[in-house]
Design a protein around this ligand. Structure first.
Ligand code: PRP
Length: 203
């Protein structure tokens, strides 16, 4: 949980129903920077020799830059911020739309490297509601050999966390908040509404 007050202030902007799409996208970008920064504490790194203007010393770099995987649509709003902090990363894309009657994810895009053996993944999706979408996405990654998944969310519902835990996937979740519950429409309560619609307008 990233409960830093700067992160929580951006989350408040996202939650506020009065926030317009441009301000919503800006707050999501800033919050994603903070989520990536916190998630990266667990990333393995290696050292290598460098020389400052004064003396030799040791430099640090990520040992294995992760594959970035925004889950379309809403995860697109996290992609630029993640790539800015991790400019050397490859990016894959998964497109999922939740059926509003069955609440199951419908897959419409899968653009991923065929072999992810040895490559960690950083999955970007602002919302973990029932968990169906993120479970689907993570299973796609595991089927390609990925064994190290970090999921970045803005908001998670307890139901979604329970589902991902039961799915027994090699993942850890970094989120800015765990909310109370899901409502009858499987929206997160209190949540922030539909993160895709709030960024890009109603579809
Ligand atoms: C939202 C959200 C997640 C998913 C969460 O996307 O961005 O991907 O729903 O719900 P779940 O945990 O119950 O699967 P949506 O399907 O609305 O598509 P969008 O990103 O195009 O708005």
């Amino acid at each position: 949980m990233v409960d830093n007050p700067l992160a929580q202030a951006r989350l408040t902007v996202l939650r506020d129903a009065r926030t317009e799409p441009a301000a919503f996208r800006a707050a999501l970008t800033e919050l994603t920077t903070m989520l990536v920064y916190e998630a990266a504490r667990a990333f393995p790194f290696s050292t290598y020799p460098i020389r400052t203007p004064v003396a030799p010393t040791e430099g640090t770099r990520l040992a294995r830059p992760p594959l970035l995987v925004p889950v379309l649509r809403a995860g697109l709003g996290m992609a630029d911020a993640a790539l800015a902090l991790l400019p050397g990363c490859q990016m894959g894309f998964v497109g999922l739309a939740r059926d509003e009657e069955t609440f199951a994810p419908r897959a419409y895009l899968e653009s991923l490297p065929s072999d992810l053996t040895g490559l960690p993944a950083l999955v970007l999706d602002p919302m973990l509601a029932t968990g169906g979408s993120l479970e689907h996405c993570c299973r796609l990654l595991v089927a390609r050999g990925c064994a190290d998944i970090t999921v970045l969310c803005v908001l998670a519902a307890p139901e979604g966390i329970a589902r991902l835990t039961a799915a027994d996937l090699p993942l850890r979740l970094v989120t800015a908040a765990v909310d109370d519950r899901l409502d009858a429409r499987r929206f997160i309560v209190p949540g922030l509404g539909d993160a895709g619609d709030r960024q890009f307008g109603l579809m």
